[in-house]
Design a protein around this ligand. Sequence first.
Ligand code: RTP
Ligand code: MG
Length: 140
Amino acid sequence: MAIERTLSIIKPDATARNITGKIIDKLESAGLRVIAQKRARWSKADAEAFYAVHKDRPFFGDLVAFMTSGPIVLQVLEGEGAVAKNREVMGATNPADAADGTIRKEFAENIERNSVHGSDSAENARGEIAQCFSEEEIVG
Ligand code: RTP
Ligand code: MG
């Protein structure tokens, strides 16, 4: 499988509980390498732009409020089949449906406060990485 890059975000529910290290441990243990990382606090405009694909969904307003409610940790992850591998380690969107051992099973509070974001395709990963990081911030 090809070496890919994907965008990961540790969400405000997880930074609030001081569990970023536990989450990064799961990512690294799965073979994903952190090649860029920064902490940020998103504005409403940042969150609306990032989640523009969901703008017509009923949960959009709540999602933007949640993602701007506290600090987040943005990362670029690299590895073999990184997009799918990260989604696998994250687990299902709703922690009630997430498999044992996944980040969301272990740490998510509910379907919205679900601790992590991961790009859902290689193409979206390229767009999300470009949206969040400059070339100089990524050290592969
Ligand atoms: P993500 O984009 O954050 O990696 O999560 P995902 O692909 O598993 O889920 P997606 O359908 O893209 O939804 C984006 C985020 O919106 C929140 N959400 N809330 N209240 C709800 O029913 C609901 N559904 C989704 C979650 O934070 C989800 O991760
Ligand atoms: Mg998604």
